[in-house]
Design a protein around this ligand. Structure first.
Ligand SMILES: *[C@@H]1O[C@H](CO)[C@@H](O)[C@H](O)[C@H]1NC(C)=O
Ligand SMILES: *[C@@H]1O[C@H](CO)[C@@H](O)[C@H](O)[C@H]1NC(C)=O
Length: 335
C-alpha cells in the first residue's frame, strides 16, 4: 500500500506551473518587499522543476556527516544517559543535569529507520494552503511531517490532508492553547487524536523556562495512554544546524522548527516536498491576501526567526533541484 502510494506520488509530481498567462494586476496592499520576491518566484516557477540528483546527494550527505541528525536530532536514553549535561539552546552555556526522573521521559532508541523514505512531505502552516487542494498529494507521501500541532480535519482535509507521521509542538502553544498544562489535561490529550500514533517532537531544552511544560506534556500523554509518541529535540543539534546554515547564508536568528524539519527530511528522505512554506501576506500567483496560518491569522513573533531569510534558502534549494517547494495550488485527480 505504501509502495503503491509512492509510485503514484512520483507520477503526479511534474504538475504544470500555475498558469502564467493570467497575471492579475498588483494590488495596492501588496506586502512590503514582495514585488521583487514574487517576480523572482514567478520566474523560477515558469520552468518545470526537476530533481538534480547530484545537488541533492551533495547536501544530504553533508548534513549526514556534519550535522548527524540521524543520531543526534532526538534525545534518547541511548545518547543521553543519566548524569549527562544538556546545554540549553538559547541560554548560552546554561546546563541541565539529567536526573533519573528526566531520563525516564526520553524515548529508548533512535526513532528513525536506517533506510531512507522514498518521499516525504514537510507541511508548514502558511495560509497559502487555504483552498490549495493539496491534501491528496500531501497524504500520498510515505512520511508526512507537520509543524506545531496544526488543526486537521474540520474541513481542511482537501487542502492539507490528514496523514501525520511526525508533528512538532513548540512550548508556546502548550502555554497559549492549553494553559501551560496546569489545569485539566484531558482537552490537550484529546486534541492529539487527530495525529494518531505519530511521533510528537517537543523542544523542552530551548531554554530552562520551557522544560517543565514539556515534561508535563509527556506525563499527560502517558497517564491518558494516548497512542502518540512524545520525544524531545536535542538542543545540540539545533546548534550544529545553526552553524551549518550560518556559513550558507542564514546570517541572523535561530532556525525555525519548520526549517529544522526540512533538514531532517533531507537526511532521511530521497524526495523532499514542501507545502505551506510561504511567510508573506500575498499569494505569489493569485496575489490575494494570505493568512498567517491556514487555520487562523495569529501573528507569530519574528524576533528569533527570520522567515524571509529562511524562505530565501528554501527557494534556492528548490532552484537547485534539491527539494521541491510547492507554492501553487495542486490538481487533485491527477494522481
Ligand atoms: C557540494 O556543495 C559544496 C557547498 O555547498 C560545494 O562547495 C561543492 O562544490 C559541492 N560539490 C559538488 C560535487 O557539487
Ligand atoms: C476559499 O474557498 C471558499 C469556498 O469556495 C471561499 O468562500 C473563500 O473565500 C476562499 N478563500 C480564499 C482565501 O481564497
Amino acid at each position: 500500500m505504501l509502495f503503491l502510494s509512492c509510485l503514484l506520488h512520483s507520477h503526479l509530481v511534474p504538475s504544470r506551473p500555475p498558469s502564467p498567462k493570467k497575471i492579475p494586476p498588483w494590488p495596492s496592499d501588496l506586502c512590503k518587499g514582495c514585488r521583487a520576491l514574487i517576480e523572482k518566484v514567478r520566474e523560477r516557477y515558469s520552468k518545470t522543476w526537476k530533481k538534480q540528483e547530484d545537488n541533492y546527494r551533495n547536501l544530504s550527505s553533508q548534513l549526514r556527516s556534519q550535522c548527524q541528525g540521524f543520531d543526534r536530532a532526538i534525545i534518547t536514553q541511548a545518547n543521553t544517559p543519566v548524569g549527562s549535561n544538556i546545554v540549553y539552546a538559547v541560554e548560552n552555556k546554561k546546563t541541565l543535569k539529567v536526573t533519573p526522573e528526566i531520563f525516564s521521559t526520553f524515548i529508548k532508541e533512535n526513532p528513525f529507520p536506517k533506510k531512507k523514505w522514498d518521499t516525504c512531505a514537510v507541511v508548514g502552516n502558511s495560509g497559502i494552503l487555504t483552498n490549495s487542494s493539496c491534501g491528496e498529494m500531501i497524504d500520498s507521501a510515505q512520511f508526512v511531517i507537520r509543524c506545531n500541532l496544526p488543526s486537521l480535519g474540520k474541513g481542511y482535509e482537501k487542502h492539507v490532508g490528514t496523514k501525520t507521521d511526525l508533528v512538532t509542538a513548540n512550548p508556546s502553544i502548550l502555554t497559549k492553547e492549553f494553559g501551560d498544562l496546569m489545569g485539566p489535561r484531558r482537552p490537550f490529550v484529546e486534541s492529539l487524536h487527530s495525529y494518531g500514533k505519530s511521533m510528537m517532537v517537543l523542544s523542552p531544552f530551548t531554554n530552562a523556562r520551557t522544560s517543565p511544560v514539556c515534561l508535563r506534556a509527556v506525563y499527560s500523554i502517558r497517564d491518558f495512554k494516548s497512542p502518540i509518541q512524545p520525544m524531545f529535540f536535542n538542543p545540540d543539534y539545533f546548534q550544529i544546524l545553526n552553524d551549518f546554515w550560518r556559513s550558507r547564508g542564514l546570517t541572523r536568528g535561530l532556525l525555525s522548527t519548520g526549517l529544522v524539519m526540512v533538514n531532517i527530511a533531507l537526511e532521511h528522505c530521497a524526495n523532499v516536498h514542501l507545502y505551506g512554506f510561504w511567510p508573506f501576506s500575498n499569494h505569489p500567483f493569485e496575489l490575494n491576501a494570505v493568512k498567517n496560518h491556514y487555520y487562523d491569522d495569529k501573528k507569530g513573533k519574528w524576533t528569533v526567526h527570520f522567515m524571509p531569510d529562511e524562505f530565501d534558502i528554501l527557494l534556492r534549494l528548490h532552484s537547485q533541484g534539491v527539494l521541491r517547494l510547492h507554492l501553487g495550488n495542486c490538481q487533485p485527480g491527477r494522481n
